[in-house]
Design a protein around this ligand. Structure first.
Ligand SMILES: Cc1ncc(C[n+]2csc(CCOP(=O)(O)OP(=O)(O)O)c2C)c(N)n1
Length: 777
């Protein structure tokens, strides 16, 4: 298919012009805000209270660490101490500018973001929603000695909600079962998906792809909701920041290539506190004054970037609210840079000796809490200040008391149970049933049946394509994206033709951004879709390892299974084509080493189709390997619906003398070798593992018990290979049945050469298998 947008050939001289980026434009007085109905006295009080709540929580952490927190003498807090004291206006103002159902993502320094998002959510629910919210959380209300009472006033209900919210945050920081993540995530990964907090992230910038994917997902689902991605100035220097901003700004979202012209509804919120850990953004580790400048590089309208006074909660609220409105109208992405300051170093172990006292003093002079108090105190309504000094002190004390009460309860509450450790790793569900609305799939064009040869065979490329088509036609939530997957059909043509069937909303090209591709997949999976992210070659997963290993693999666990992760990462793998060191690897051992992922590695077309379908329906993240030498392998593939279960091996050939365990391309080699060995009287049983995680130990162990010998073969270099995991398990479980050591065969421990002559020596082949087997007798 030819691209819809042709290129012009023009070398007309001229100049590229950048638009202006507004700086600190907010200048309304409180009186004006009140008079115009932009904010009420009650809302102002809430903003003040939330900033006090965040500060009180963090001061508590500081005091506990020094054993100076009176309500909890001697309490041992072992978690991180990334305090954001000074930055409260940014968290509270940003949450205040959103609707309750909007999302945020946050960073390692995210306590105040968590406080603010939850408080703002509770305060903004309508009566019915608030009652429902509390009813659904009866167990936690009980934990703090409260009950839901229909007769309670709105004020009482909100107070119960806030108490429970603070309790669950503190319980999470203390690693307790009642914490938002059941003690699995802690300070740096706190998340409450039910109130739109898609998680803090200890990997600086790690959540930016997730936020972007969540926003793409909201756009795709037509939900007029917004994501605010809160990340530090340091994070915005990381590669994932560039990839994410670029992905969100892709023209295809707005220029009519997709069904609706609608920009991705995300606000990139730069929490610019001027420091990474100690590296200073201005004058040291960047060449610019404001991060916002970079927005001009991503979109023709500077992403509607704006620099905001992040010490002024009203300025942040106003700018975020305005940006969110724009984003809801399809005018995203937007970048807001909140200029703020944290009074302390990176953590409590950082004395911040690199800052001058004067600098800290100047910033403390525009403290967000004090500033709002002063504004309210000086604003007279009917001759009375909006808040008196005494009322402010009273509010502070009430906040501290609530905090202390909840901290004491959290400290005494139960630890998570040990069985959670393994139970939280995977969920056991699949999308066996597609919910009504998602099953209502509109096709742009009907798919043409894939022709079989006389024996009913097709090659693996078509088997995979057929699996993808069936699943995309079955469930609207399934989307496929990656580099060159649309018109080109992916580097190996697997998705060729899918664009014509499903249109660009369901299958779209991305920039060359492996991290953001996987990260976006994680965000989509968290927010209602079932994405398939394609990485062209397995070698490129090294570009995306944070997103695969720290995000996709971990969010089910870290969130205490608040979310499922129905993400498939498809990637081609393997050597044998002379593509050399960076396009020929077998990197199974990298992803199999990461608990949280399932790993699938089929050999024949039948399994490839059945397993890709199962992978798409699985609610866990699946890394799906497709071997480059197998795309043209032919096999019988039924046209009627079938699935191949994940985690089940297949005995490809029965034998009594030894077991050969293998997967992907090496299964074929093992079968060929077995036929030759049979001529010499050695009957090998060949097991195609099909799934590497979880692998089918029972089938393998049963076979080894029968044969007494085992060889594990893969194309991966032997050093650190997954073959070792299998061999050691067999040795541990079937030692008494073995007539010799379990051996492994892989590629030589060197880099894959380009020379075909050398690659033949480097990779295991039929002869090598035969040789190794013979040596075992
Ligand atoms: C990818 C990664 N690199 C380094 C770190 C260590 N680290 C933790 S916080 C931090 C500074 C982050 O700076 P910024 O994004 O500006 O946020 P701030 O800490 O100032 O809130 C660093 C380097 C990390 N957690 N993740």
């Amino acid at each position: 298919m030819v691209k819809e947008i042709g290129l012009v050939c023009s070398f007309e001289p001229g100049k590229i012009k950048f638009g202006e980026i507004p700086l600190f434009q907010y200048n309304r007085s409180l009186q004006e805000e009140l008079d115009s109905g932009n904010i009420s006295r009650g809302e102002l009080r809430d903003l003040l209270e939330q900033m006090l709540m965040a500060r009180s929580l963090e001061e508590m952490i500081g005091e506990i660490k020094m054993n100076a927190y009176q309500p909890l003498p001697g309490f041992d807090y072992v978690g991180p101490t990334h305090l954001s004291i000074g930055q409260e206006a940014t968290s509270v103002g940003a949450a205040a500018g959103l609707h309750p159902e909007d999302y945020i993502t946050s960073s390692h320094r995210g306590h105040s973001d968590a406080v603010a998002k939850g408080c703002s959510y509770i305060r903004k629910l309508n009566d019915k929603q608030l009652r429902q919210y509390l009813k659904e959380r009866a167990a936690w209300l009980e934990a703090i000695g409260e009950t839901f009472d229909e007769k309670n006033t709105r004020e009482q209900l909100e107070e119960k909600g806030l108490r429970m919210h603070i309790y669950r945050i503190i319980a999470e920081l203390f690693g307790k079962k009642d914490g938002y993540c059941g003690g699995m995530g802690g300070s740096m990964h706190i998340a409450d998906f039910s109130t739109g907090h898609l998680g803090a992230n200890a990997i600086v910038g790690g959540h930016m792809g997730i936020a972007t994917g969540a926003a793409v997902s909201l756009r795709y689902q037509g939900l007029r909701r917004v994501v605010v991605c809160l990340a530090g100035d340091g994070a915005y220097n990381n590669g994932i920041a560039h990839e994410s901003l670029n992905m969100a700004a892709m023209a295809q979202f707005e220029n009519g290539l997709m069904k609706e012209k609608f920009g991705v509804p995300i606000i990139y919120g730069v929490v610019n506190n001027h420091y990474g850990m100690s590296g200073q953004f201005n004058g040291e580790i960047s060449g610019i004054d404001y991060v916002a400048r970079r927005a001009a590089g991503y979109s023709l309208r500077n992403m509607y970037a704006e620099v905001v006074n992040g010490m002024d909660v009203l300025a942040v609220r106003e700018a975020t609210g305005r940006a969110a409105k724009k984003a809801r109208e399809g005018k995203g992405p937007i970048l807001l840079e909140y200029i703020t300051y944290r009074y302390r170093g990176h953590s409590l172990s950082d004395p911040a000796a690199y800052r001058s006292k004067e600098e800290v003093k100047v910033w403390r002079g525009c403290d967000p809490i004090q500033s709002l108090f002063m504004k309210m105190n000086q604003c007279l309504v009917k001759g009375q200040p909006l808040i008196t000094k005494e009322e402010f002190e009273g509010l502070k004390q009430a906040v501290q008391q609530r905090n202390a009460d909840m901290a004491v309860k959290a400290a005494k509450s139960a630890d998570p149970e040990a069985d959670q450790l393994l139970e939280n790793m995977y969920c056991d569900t699949t999308s066996a049933e597609v919910p009504g609305e998602s099953a209502n799939v509109e096709l742009v064009n009907s798919p043409k049946p894939i022709k079989r040869d006389k024996e009913g065979k097709i090659n693996q490329r078509f088997a995979l394509k057929e699996g993808l088509i069936e699943e995309m036609a079955r469930d609207k939530r399934v989307v496929l994206f990656g580099e060159d997957v649309a018109e080109y059909g992916g580097a190996f043509g697997v998705s060729l033709g899918l664009l014509e069937i499903f249109g660009r909303d369901r299958i779209f090209n991305t920039a060359i951004s492996e991290s953001a591709i996987v990260g976006a997949g994680v965000g989509m999976a968290m927010s209602g879709l079932r994405p398939i992210a394609e990485l062209m070659y397995v070698d490129f997963i090294l570009m995306a390892m944070d997103q695969i290993g720290n995000q996709a693999a971990k969010w089910q666990f870290m969130s205490n299974r608040q979310v499922k992760m129905p993400l498939v990462i498809r990637t081609s793998t393997g050597g044998g084509r002379g593509y050399a060191g960076q396009h020929s690897q077998s990197l199974e051992s990298i992803v199999t080493h990461m608990p949280g992922l399932k790993v699938v590695a089929p050999w024949d077309p039948y399994d490839a189709k059945g397993l890709i379908k199962s992978a798409i329906r699985d609610d866990n993240p699946v890394v799906f390997f497709e071997h480059q030498l197998l795309y043209n392998l032919k096999g019988v593939v039924p046209e009627e619906e079938y699935l191949v279960p994940i985690g089940k091996a297949k005995v490809r050939r029965e034998g009594k003398d030894l077991t050969i365990v293998s997967w992907l391309h090496c299964v074929g080699l093992a079968l060929e070798a077995s036929e030759k060995l049979a001529e010499e009287g050695i009957e090998a049983e060949v097991i195609d593992l099909r799934t590497l995680v979880p692998w089918d130990e029972e089938t393998v162990i049963d076979s080894v018990k029968k044969t007494g010998r085992c060889l594990v073969v893969s194309q991966a270099v032997s050093q650190g290979s997954y073959t070792g995991e299998i061999a050691s398990t067999i040795q541990a479980r079937a030692f008494d049945h073995l007539d010799g050591p379990v051996l492994r065969l892989g590629a030589l421990n060197c880099v894959s050469p380009s020379s075909i002559a050398l690659e033949k020596i480097y990779l295991p082949d039929v002869q090598a298998i035969i040789g190794q087997v013979k040596a075992m007798f």
